[in-house]
Design a protein around this ligand. Structure first.
Ligand code: NAD
Length: 312
């Protein structure tokens, strides 16, 4: 039987609908949650991400401010900016789009953000809260993965969960969240021995390694839930022929659009072997911005001593 597709767009819309209601309530009591998005330099992908974050704020009725500075901005100037945003009451969330230019000390800048406004969840205080399972702001993509699992009725309690990838942005925080949801968690990485064998133990398999279609059928336990975090762009016929068993559809897409997106999981294998899986595009991706919005609303509430939903 073909696997169930976990539709990230549908879940994103549900979350946005719930957020719109919360935002209306906050506005009725005179509070408009605000997000500042800081973009340094002209990286095209970063420009697209920031634009779509600001657009989503606008569509939900959140206040947003896009701050665009040139590529030669210094660490000192950025620290001043962050301090200023920390002190403003109309700003609840501060997002510094990564990567920052090489002359900037990214760590210093991210650590200067007030943890109460750390909507990306990268500050060491946020990381500490996550590890201790205390209220705080959780990184967006990992929180989105948990929302997909929860809202799709995938049991985490007692399940064997295998995470491939140990980055600070995805692998480690999603492993911690799965642990807090009572899964038995294994984290794999580039030095893991017998990766397919370990991956096959997972009732839930999260692939977050940034390697196109690396996770093939022999990594997937039959019936497992497979969460594909990877976003890889294929631009040549050779790449497509190498990856797909039936390359017809992707080749047509390449011709029409100039590129094809594929995750870290071989999609035909996932469809055949998994019980459920997130497609690329349209799986994990759509959740990331929705959770950023949710974190902004959450920060607005927590900063004012109001109760916020326990989970993102
Ligand atoms: P990263 O490069 O920081 O980390 C990759 C991790 O994968 C590393 O821990 C590494 O040990 C592991 N890895 C690499 N090669 C491996 C191999 N051959 N075997 C086992 N493990 C291996 O990447 P990241 O920031 O965690 O992102 C991972 C992927 O998720 C990327 O494709 C990225 O584009 C995507 N991503 C998607 C979203 C989203 O919104 N959907 C958000 C963030 C990242």
């Amino acid at each position: 039987m073909a696997a169930r597709i976990l539709d990230g767009n549908k879940i994103r819309d549900e979350i946005k609908q719930e957020l719109a209601e919360q935002i209306q309530e906050l506005k009725a009591s005179g509070i408009t949650p605000g997000l500042a998005a800081v973009l340094v330099g002209e990286d095209p992908a970063s420009q697209i991400y920031v634009r779509s974050k600001v657009k989503t704020c606008e569509s939900l009725g959140l206040y947003s401010e896009k701050i665009e500075w040139p590529a030669d901005t210094t660490t000192e100037r950025l620290l001043e900016l962050v301090r200023d945003l920390n002190s403003r009451n109309d700003i609840d969330g501060i997002l510094v789009q990564l990567p920052l230019p090489p002359q900037v000390d990214s760590k210093l800048v991210l650590e200067a953000i007030d943890p109460a406004k750390d909507v990306d969840g990268f500050h060491p205080v946020s990381v500490g809260n996550l590890v201790r399972n205390r209220p705080g702001l959780v990184p967006c993509t990992p929180a989105g993965i948990i929302e997909i699992l929860r809202r799709s009725g995938v049991a985490m309690k007692g399940a064997r969960a295998v995470v491939i990838g140990r980055s600070d942005i995805v692998g480690k925080p999603v492993a911690m969240l799965l642990l807090h949801n009572h899964a038995t968690v294994t984290i794999c990485h580039s030095r893991t021995q017998d990766l397919p064998g370990v991956a096959r133990e997972g009732d839930i398999l999260v692939a977050a390694m940034g390697k196109p279609a690396f996770v093939t059928g022999d990594f997937i336990k039959p019936g497992a839930t497979v969460i594909d975090v990877g976003i890889n762009r294929l631009t040549t016929e050779e790449e497509i022929r190498e990856i797909y068993h039936d390359p017809t559809g992707p080749l047509e897409k390449l011709k029409a659009k100039g590129s094809v997106l594929v995750g870290d999981v071989q999609p035909e294998d996932a469809r055949e072997k998994a019980g459920a899986f997130t497609p690329v595009p349209g799986g994990v991706g759509p959740l990331t911005i929705a959770i950023l919005m949710s974190n902004t609303v959450r920060a607005a509430k927590l900063r004012r001593g109001m109760r916020a939903a326990a989970k993102a």
